[in-house]
Design a protein. Structure first.
Length: 277
């Protein structure tokens, strides 16, 4: 199987690349995205390019000037590049997300109000995460044992990013706690897949105001989440779903409700519709 390995140059992705290269089980391509957000980011790109050459692997890279972009915008641009390279080569994308990353993501999502879905994060089936059950300390030990070299991203030490603040709280957790969360994550991912499958396989009149008012609230919220996500690509948070459900139940005929940045709905007597902008 052909694998696109996302390598930033940091200890995690360098470790992943070394493990995959040593296994010899896959055809590897090293991919690096330079956000252009740091003065030394070009040096990181050069480091990864030379690392790929050391292993005798193909290297693909892209640089964009994203100074001032949000974390989400930078992430979207990075994954757009990585998925594009994977699609061109009919390959699977591999990332170095580890157990600490998973715990951080769960904490961030729950803090944002994603409800139980926050526990089912990092489950995109387009991405292979072979290190997700291994801790950061294990990866550090591996790098030391194999005398690997990597680069340090200075932005990882600043409190300007919410993930860095969460990381400081997650790091001291005992490995047993992290592994328990990993087990819970696996169960929640499986449960989410079952729920989504049931919703997508059924013909519910989701846009009927009467139907959405009469069914149990928890079921209505899940139906609304999947319908909006499928229609707009927007993942609504708990307070936004509550507002949408309230609008459908009590909103006056002819009114327009702003639900989220990319979602407005209009109401008539019988139905609600997502309003095109």
């Amino acid at each position: 199987m052909k694998i696109i390995v996302a390598v930033s140059g940091g200890i995690d992705s360098v470790g992943l690349l070394d493990m995959l290269a040593r296994s010899g089980e896959h055809e590897l391509v090293v991919a690096h995205f330079d956000h252009g957000m740091r003065d030394d980011s070009a040096a990181d790109a050069r480091f990864v390019e030379l690392l790929a050459a050391k292993y005798g692997l193909e290297f693909v890279g892209r640089r964009e000037e994203l100074s001032g972009a949000s974390e989400a915008q930078a992430r979207d641009r990075r994954y757009g590049f990585l998925f594009g390279e994977a699609d061109k080569r009919q390959a699977k994308l591999a990332t170095a997300h580890h157990l600490d990353d998973l715990v951080e993501t769960i904490a961030l999502n729950v803090n944002r109000g994603t409800r139980w879905r926050g526990l089912a994060s990092m489950n995109d089936d387009r991405i292979w995460r072979p290190l997700v059950s291994r801790t950061k300390s294990e990866l550090k030990d591996y790098a030391a044992e194999n005398r690997l070299e990597w680069v340090e991203d200075e932005t990882n030490s600043t409190d300007a990013y919410s993930r860095n603040r969460i990381r400081r709280k997650v790091a001291p957790l005992p490995d047993s706690t992290k592994l328990s969360l990993h087990s819970l994550w696996q169960k929640q991912v499986s449960l989410k897949q079952e729920i989504v499958g049931e919703i997508q396989g059924s013909d519910f009149p989701v846009q009927s105001r009467y139907f959405m008012t009469m069914i149990e609230r928890g079921v209505a919220i899940e139906l609304l989440y999947e319908f909006v996500l499928g229609s707009t690509g927007v993942s609504l948070l708990t307070d936004q779903l509550d507002r949408l459900h309230l609008a459908i139940k009590v909103g006056r005929i002819g009114t327009v409700w702003q639900i989220a940045g990319g979602v407005e709905i209009s109401l008539n007597r019988q139905n609600w519709r997502i309003k095109e902008k």
